[in-house]
Each structure stands twice: as C-alpha cells, then as structure tokens.
Design a binder for this molecule. Structure first.
Ligand code: C2O
Ligand code: CU
Length: 539
C-alpha cells in the first residue's frame, strides 16, 4: 500500500520561482514499481486547493473502471482535504507506463513513471541491461497551467504554449538559468542501458535522440516490439518507449535532445531541451559537446518513417491476439473545429471559438461521472448514441469548405457488447486545420493494423492490414490528413475514456466514452464499486 500526497511546492526554473501542484513535493512525481500481475493500492491524499483525480495511463484495470481516474468520466474529483484509495490491477502490461492527474490541465505538473518488471521467474526478451533509467519528457510553464486553459476557454483562442521542455524536470542548458541543473545520465563505457522514455508533454509530439549513439527500441506502451535500431524516436504525448543504448563511443559527453515535431498551423513551443550522456572515468571533457542531428519540427516524413517501422514482438511468450474478423466496425472523424460562441467575451472576431470533435460531436463533460450514471442507471447524465459513422461523407482531407466547421455539442457514449471484435478507423480531417492527433483509449491496449494518407478507402486499404505482428499500444497517432485503423477484442467491461492526448484538444471536446457492456457472468462484469468513491456535487 502506497500513499501519495497532492500538494503545492515551490520550484525555481527559467530564472523565477513559482508554486506548482505536485505529488509528494517532487516534479516529476515518484515512480511506481511493480511486477507484471501485481495489484497496487494507492491512497491519494489531496492537500491541494482544488479537486483532482489520478489516472494510471495504459493500465488495463480489468473490470475495475472505478480506479481508472478520469474526472467526471469514472469518478468525481477527490476534494481538497480528503483521500481516495485506488486499486491498480496490473494484468497484461510489461514495461513502462505512467500515471498522471486527469483533471483539466493538472497533469502538466502531476505525473510520474510506472515501471512494470517481468513477473517473477520470467525475464526480458533481450539480454539483461547493465542498468535502467527513466527519462520523462515534460515541460515548464511560467504561468499557472489551470489559468492558461481557463483563459483560453474564456477567450476562445489557442492556449499559451509552454516556456520550456524538460528532461526529468530540468529544462537543460539551452535555456536561461538552467545549465547547472541539466539532467546527467552517467554511464560506464561498454555497458548497455535500458532507458524508459515517457512523453508527458501536454500538447506536442517530440523527436528524441542522443548524439553519436544508436537507439534500439524494444517496447512501446508496455508491450514488447521487434527490435528497431534508429537515430531518433518520434514520441507522442501519452506514449512510452523503452530503448537500449550501448555506451560504445569514446568516453566523453554527448547531448541527449528532445525537440518538437509540430506539423501544424497551431502555435507551438519551438524550443529544445537537452540533457547530457556522461561517461564515467577519467578523460578530458570535450570543448564542445556533440549534438544529435534530429529532424526539423515539421518533418512529417521523418516522423512517419520511424512510426511505420513499429512491430509487435509476436513471440511465443508475447503473442499477438489481433481479431482477424470484425463484429463491430466503427469509423470516427477527428477534427479541430470552430463553434459559434454566443457570448461576446469568448468569441473571436468572426464570432467563433475553437473546439474539437469526434464524428462532429464535441464532447461535453457531465457533472456526475458517467461510470456512476451507467452503473446506477441515472438518467440525463449521458446518451448512448455516439454515431459509428460521421454525419456525412465529404473529401475529409482536401478542401473541406465551410459547412463542416461547426460540430454539435453532446455527451454521447459509444456502446459495444462484451467480446465484440472491434475495428475503429480514425480519419483525420482538414476541417479547421489538419494536424496529428495521438488518440488514447483507457482500459485497453489495441493493435494498429494499418495507416495511410488521404481518405480511408474501405475497399483497398484493408488489403494492406498487418494482422501478423501489428504494434500493440494505448495511444496511436492519427496522421495529419490521413487515417489509422485499430483492432481489439472488447473483453474489458467498463466505462472507458477515449480522447486525443493533446490536452488542448481534449479541453475542446475531442473525446468520447466507450462503454463495454458486461458479459453473462460475474467474472465478465464490472466489479462492484469500492465502499468509498469521492462524492459528486449536485450542482
Ligand atoms: Cu494519459 Cu486519459 O490519459
Ligand atoms: Cu488532437
């Protein structure tokens, strides 16, 4: 049983000091270490100023949505001065995941790693590394993140971008007042290290690399992959990647760099964060530290060249279980939209504010959580009619005209049967402005069986599906002006949030809820709720 405390703490970065919400006073927060198959009980004590929830990103939580955490989806917030114990059931995951706050924008400062080691008597599907390190890609805002999103929503525009990216909480020596605290990864020459990379950034995908060193990918989202050797990773918010790095260069210092991949017209933080890979031993420190060559911020081809290489390990010990035939086919358009804004304060010059949608429905978060409403049959909290096709078809990725800019508002859940073999095609659109969307689903990992550019063609595109060794992930990039297809078996009953992991898009409504009905037996049904759940206020 672990307990963690949400509280404000002061940090000095980029030459100024401010108070942020943290777990246990640290940024990033503490690491949770378990073995595959463990159950962890974590009591969250909220000593902050407002209600918060905590989510265990990528943990399947079989039949146990009560402890999943997204605010007003599976629970109401934990009020200040109170506690909530969550039961985290680790079943199929092995590798790196992470936990984060799931209330408005609090996850910017409230997050940490989850390390799931192989079950006792089993081991990695690669030679045991000499040592392991966690590398959390994050960011720093000079302003208060809760004010930033409130202001953006109030004015209808884009939120402020971050002021720095961070590696393990440190901006690194390209930013002012940051060089003394730059994160250093110390290595012994000749040894191989397992690095667990987590992208906890709010709004930007990243290219990551280490000067002169090859990166060998071995897992994503706590699922093993075939080994891929690369010069850089492209990692989206929400994703985790485990890589092996061998210290096989001359003993010296080398830059570790993370820099944005942002192929869009939305404002973004175009700065770069650094850390240092530092060999142990006696050598003359280099007069200038080698810097890796990473793709430029809008290099979509470089991003795709990395992503399309991902394959599941698909071994006897780590088999794939991708459905070959489908019982439920779903097609979802993913758009950033505008919407009429009735009150002058939130309208831009054209009378619109920014919004976002799935199948042209912009999700409205209810006041009472959907899980409670579903479990207790409470009326009027949500509706069960999320459409499995867009309202109409048009050239999604071409010139889309004006008539699809306005989504409708709604709290609509997508209902599927227990054990349905599900296929979801996410279709990016050029409505508003196209960009990548890292779509995340709670309660499941899923297989990415195909992806391509332009409009999805249901006759020809499925012919290219990989049903042999598709990567298994919990977050997938819907490519800019392209599509991606995922498949999974709906064998985890519950109420599961589905959303873009770019936080501004979530705030604008690029979300829905997948409700997987119970099976016929208790063992295939949602577990009863714990004795205590944080109360929902009636307002
Ligand atoms: Cu990282 Cu809804 O989650
Ligand atoms: Cu998005």
């Amino acid at each position: 049983m672990t307990s963690i405390v949400l509280k404000e703490a002061k940090f000095t970065k980029l030459c100024s000091t401010k108070s942020i919400l943290t777990v246990n006073g640290s940024f990033p927060g503490p690491t949770i270490r378990v073995n595959k198959g463990d159950t962890a009980f974590v009591t969250v004590h909220n000593q902050g100023k407002y209600g918060v929830t905590i989510h265990w990103h990528g943990v399947r939580q079989p039949r146990n949505p009560w402890s999943d955490g997204p605010e007003n989806i599976t629970q109401c917030p934990i009020p200040p001065k109170s506690s909530f114990t969550q039961e985290i059931i680790f079943s199929t995951e092995e590798g790196t995941l992470w936990w984060h706050a799931h209330s408005d924008w609090t996850r910017a400062t409230v997050h940490g790693a989850i390390i799931i080691s192989p079950a006792p008597k089993t081991t990695y599907p690669f030679p045991k590394p000499y040592a392991e390190e966690t590398i959390i890609l994050g960011e720093w805002y000079n302003g208060d993140v809760m004010d930033i999103i409130d202001e953006a929503l109030a004015t209808g525009g884009d939120p402020n971008v971050s002021d720095a990216f961070t590696i393990n909480g440190q901006p690194g020596d390209l930013y002012s007042c940051s060089s003394a605290t730059t994160y250093r990864l110390k290595v012994d020459a000749g040894k191989t290290y397992l690095l667990r990379i987590i992208n906890s950034i709010m709004n930007e995908e990243q290219f990551f690399g280490i000067a002169k060193h090859k990166l060998t990918l071995v897992a994503t989202d706590a699922s093993y992959t075939k080994q891929i050797t690369a010069d850089y990773l492209m990692i989206s918010p929400g994703q985790t990647m485990d890589i092996l790095v061998t210290a096989n260069q001359s003993p010296s210092r080398y830059y570790i760099v993370s820099t944005p991949f942002a192929d869009s017209t939305a404002p973004f933080d175009n700065t770069t964060t650094t850390a240092i890979l530092q060999y142990n031993g006696n050598y003359k420190p280099p007069s200038s530290i080698p810097f890796p060559t990473l793709p430029t911020y809008n290099n979509k081809t470089a991003a795709e060249n990395f992503t399309k290489r991902l394959r599941s390990l698909a071994s006897k010990a780590h088999p794939v279980n991708v459905p070959r035939s489908i019982t439920r086919s779903i097609f979802i358009t993913v758009s950033v939209n505008q919407i009429y804004c009735p009150n002058a304060s939130c309208a831009g010059a054209d009378g619109n504010r920014l919004s976002a949608s799935l199948n042209n429905i912009s999700f409205q978060t209810p006041k009472i959580d959907i899980l409670l409403a579903y479990y207790r049959n409470l009326p009027k909290v949500y509706r069960s009619n999320f459409p499995t096709r867009p309202p109409y078809y048009f050239n999604f990725t071409g010139d889309v005209g004006n008539n699809t800019i306005y989504p409708s508002l709604g709290t609509k859940a997508l209902i599927v049967n227990y054990n349905d073999a599900i296929e979801i095609v996410y279709q990016g659109t050029n409505v508003g402005a196209a960009e990548n969307h890292p779509m995340h689903l709670h309660g499941y990992s899923f297989y990415v069986v195909g992806t391509g550019s332009g409009n999805f063609n249901e006759k020809t595109d499925p012919k290219s599906y990989n049903l042999i060794d598709p990567p298994e992930v919990n977050t997938v990039g819907v490519p800019k002006n392209g599509w991606v297809t995922i498949r999974f078996i709906a064998d985890n009953p519950g109420v599961w949030y589905m959303h873009c992991h770019l936080e501004r898009h979530t705030s604008w409504g690029m979300n829905t809820v997948l409700i997987v009905k119970n099976g016929r037996t208790n063992a295939t049904s949602i577990r009863p709720p714990p004795k205590y759940m944080p109360p929902c206020s009636k307002s």
